[in-house]
Design a protein around this ligand. Structure first.
Ligand code: SAM
Ligand code: SF4
Ligand code: SF4
Length: 337
């Protein structure tokens, strides 16, 4: 099937799959514990796409031109036997990049090895600071820093290197951690990536004052470790790459707020319940679960997806500053970050 191209000339080429809406953390910028408490209703098991359904729909996306797949959530390692899904997706011939984003809490050496052996190519692990007090307040469940650092080591030791370490930067909350994190990961072989705090969902109480522009962040790093820009690996890469002039490795900045990258956004997302979203900030999606469960052929599924993609005109971040009324958005833990 031909690769669909949207109204802004962006082809479909990447897929993010949320395998669960549940998480063992309550990060204040994603699932604040005040709002995601005991009363919160997560999806029942029957609403989640099965591994077989995920595999089938990924095959359809591959036939439409998708080459990169990332598993996310919620916390993807909460989904039992995730290696079985990875094994299935790794068999799809067109998929040449299969990766996972995790908070690392459940990533033992054994799990890392199992995922790698199943066919996982790359991993991103989130860590917002090296300061235990700040980290425990941010993750909302008192999870200690050292266990995430161990998870990063496990991933690298089994060959999932270089590990990308994702740090969401909130001004006034963890921006003091920028330099300690840069020092820690300088010369480590891992790639530290700073993510501007985004207004995903409706529950994190986002305001612009909490955003630290990446330009300012790079300036702070440059004072201690001179850096220079690197060319991007491909046109749809979201992180802007920089390298330390002393040979200490690479860092990245994800400037979704201050320098949006909607122009090159070729990414589709599937929620854990099987809804296709064509933007992280979408207020609605297209149901794939129903057709998947009601005898629709692969050909017909491909036509549905292709039709939706061709109508796509999303560029939320590029419009953010000019938007007055923002419709209710879907939570990131649901849609898949
Ligand atoms: N639970 C996994 C984790 O935290 O790595 C995967 C899902 S999480 C939604 C994916 C990524 O989104 C993480 O790196 C997280 O830090 C980032 N993220 C979540 N909320 C964010 C926000 N409001 N702004 C920027 N990044 C955010
Ligand atoms: Fe969970 Fe990841 Fe969201 Fe934190 S960012 S609450 S770890 S899904
Ligand atoms: Fe893509 Fe939407 Fe983000 Fe723009 S705002 S880069 S269209 S996900």
């Amino acid at each position: 099937m031909a690769t669909p191209v949207d109204t802004l000339h962006r082809p479909l080429s990447e897929l993010r799959i949320s395998v669960t809406d549940r998480c063992n953390f309550r990060c204040d910028y994603c699932m604040p514990k005040e709002l995601f408490g005991a009363e919160h209703h997560f999806l029942p098991r029957s609403s989640l796409l099965s591994f077989e359904e995920i595999n089938r729909i990924t095959g359809v996306f591959a036939s439409l031109g998708v080459r990169k797949v990332r598993l996310t959530g919620g916390e993807p390692l909460l989904r039992r036997d995730l290696d079985r899904l990875i094994g299935m997706l790794a068999e799809i011939p067109q998929i040449d990049d299969l990766s996972l984003t995790t908070n690392g809490a459940l990533l033992t050496r054994k799990t890392a090895l199992t995922l790698k052996n199943a066919g996982l190519k790359r991993i991103s692990i989130s860590l917002d600071t090296l300061d235990d007090e700040v980290f425990q307040a941010m993750n909302g469940v008192q999870f200690p820093v050292h266990q995430v650092l161990e998870a990063i080591d496990h991933a690298a030791a089994v060959g999932l290197a270089p590990v990308k370490v994702n740090m969401v930067v909130k001004r006034g909350v963890n921006d003091q951690a920028i330099l300690p994190m840069a020092r820690h990961f300088h010369d480590s072989g891992h790639i530290l990536r700073f993510i501007e705090y985004m207004d995903v969902g409706n529950s994190n109480g986002w305001c612009y004052d909490h955003v630290l522009p990446s330009g300012e962040l790079l300036e702070r790093i440059h004072q201690e470790f001179p850096i220079e820009a690197l060319p991007s690996n491909h046109s749809s890469e979201v992180a802007k790459r920089w390298r330390y002039l002393d040979g200490g490795g690479e860092i990245g900045v994800i400037t979704s707020v201050t320098e949006p990258f909607c122009k090159g956004c070729t990414r589709a997302r599937i929620s854990a319940a099987g809804t296709l979203h064509t933007c992280l900030f979408a207020s609605h999606g297209h149901d794939l679960r129903k057709p998947l469960r009601s005898g629709t052929s692969d050909e017909q599924l491909g036509q549905l997806i292709s039709g939706w993609w061709k109508q796509r005109e999303d560029r939320y971040s590029a419009l953010r500053t000019s938007q007055k009324a923002i419709p209710a958005k879907i939570e990131m833990s649901y849609i898949g970050g």
